[in-house]
Design a protein around this ligand. Structure first.
Ligand SMILES: *Cc1c(COP(=O)(O)O)cnc(C)c1O
Length: 389
């Protein structure tokens, strides 16, 4: 049975081993998929820590302990998806409570805020969190949670987690960071002062575009208790096989991220020089507004690159995207294969034109999730597609 062994060591050692011990019955080195709904008790209430699989499951426990170790958290709580994790977090709040977020974030997060929780009486405000004075001014007496996403989606802006956490904590406001775009390898929100770190493990953590999942990591016992209660009470828990897949992926997270970052850096440099390409958004470009903060709080700059065309013509962007041969046109990100998407008509289509323009999501903006293929092949693919644009 998986138990918390917390090996000490560097990130790679933890990624491979944390949360896992060889199966005591068979010696299997991989944590089994405990595909069971219930656990036999020796006498009423005499069990081995597991009673019913909605509450907990050993494969899930191994994944939770692995994730917690990777971000230096004392608690990891896994959910069926990233949105389920956020949903569970927001259910700790009460009508009248205010959440302060930012406009340039995952579109599904905004949808959950507005269309699910606003009708239940939570209120949401949005502020540019790269502007610390604006953050300070936007915190209200009823603000309970500050929601940071960094790097942001799709413009890859960088928020100073330590500085914003300091402002929030001065007013007794809890800070949550959506760490999905960075992954635990590149960014450690709790060490920077945040109270909660959220992942869509569907993305970089899972990394192979074959599983949907979510997790929250925290050192705050009251938050952890509330999140475990939500998992048990509302039941948005991950299946054992999905936990197994995520746990297997964890073992190569550091290797994949190194390649994602290296390829993304090369592609950002290539795009920057291309005559048809307008703005390139990548925090690893030294003149990017997020560069200094990213250097301070991230191990590397990540695998996401967004860019638009100089003429900003949507039909030219569409022609470029449909002429790619290696890079696939699809939503999602963080997998080993490169993906491209068009925020204005895909991930951010539900925003009004005005909201999109305010957020800087122009007609030709494309968001590239750079995979781990060979750099030269990716650049050749982009070059050919841009020639057709
Ligand atoms: C995908 C994503 C989510 C939602 O996660 P799901 O696993 O799809 O529910 C939340 N935040 C970010 C930044 C994401 O990319």
């Amino acid at each position: 049975m998986a138990k918390d062994i917390r090996p000490s060591g560097g990130f790679g050692t933890l990624a491979v081993h944390a949360g896992q011990t060889p199966d005591p019955v068979t010696g299997a080195i991989m944590t089994p998929v405990y595909q069971t709904s219930t656990f036999v008790q020796e006498a009423p209430a005499a069990h081995r820590g597991y009673e019913y699989a909605r509450v907990s499951n050993p494969t899930r426990t191994a994944l939770e302990e692995n994730l917690a170790a990777l971000e230096g958290a004392s608690h990891g709580i896994c959910f069926a998806s990233g949105m389920a994790a956020l949903d569970a977090m927001l259910k700790r709040l009460r009508p009248g409570d205010h959440v302060l977020g930012m406009a340039d974030i995952y579109a599904g997060t905004i949808r959950l805020f507005r269309e699910v929780f606003e009708p239940y009486g939570l209120t949401f405000g949005f502020v540019d969190m790269t502007d610390l004075e604006a953050v300070e001014a936007a915190v209200r007496p009823e603000t309970k949670l500050l929601w940071i996403e960094t790097p942001t989606n799709p413009l890859l802006r960088v928020v100073d987690i330590a500085a914003v956490s300091e402002i929030a904590h001065a007013s007794g406001v809890a800070v949550a960071v959506d760490n999905t775009f960075a992954s635990p390898f590149l960014q450690q929100p709790l060490a920077l002062g945040a109270d909660l770190s959220l992942h869509s493990t569907t993305k970089y953590f899972g990394g192979h575009s074959d599983v949907v999942g979510g997790a929250v990591l925290t050192n705050d016992d009251a938050w952890a208790e509330s999140l475990r209660f939500q998992a048990k009470a509302s039941g948005a828990v991950p299946a054992p096989l999905d936990c197994f897949l995520a746990l297997r992926s964890a073992k190569t997270l550091h290797l994949r991220m190194e390649r994602h970052c290296r390829n993304a850096r090369a592609i950002a440099a290539f795009l920057r020089e291309h005559p048809k390409v307008g703005p390139v958004y990548y925090p690893g470009l030294p003149d990017d507004p997020g560069y200094e903060t990213a250097r301070k709080q991230m191990r590397d700059f990540g695998g996401m690159v967004s860019f638009s065309l100089k003429n900003d013509r949507m039909e030219h962007a569409v022609r470029a995207m449909t002429n790619l041969r290696i890079v696939s046109l699809a939503e999602s990100l963080g997998g080993v294969e490169s993906l491209i998407e068009h925020p204005a008509t895909m991930t951010h289509a539900f925003l009004s034109r005005e909201e999109r323009e305010d957020a800087g999501i122009t007609d030709s903006l494309m968001r590239l999730s750079v995979g781990v293929e060979d750099e030269a092949d990716l650049i050749h693919d982009l070059e050919t597609a841009l020639a057709a644009a």
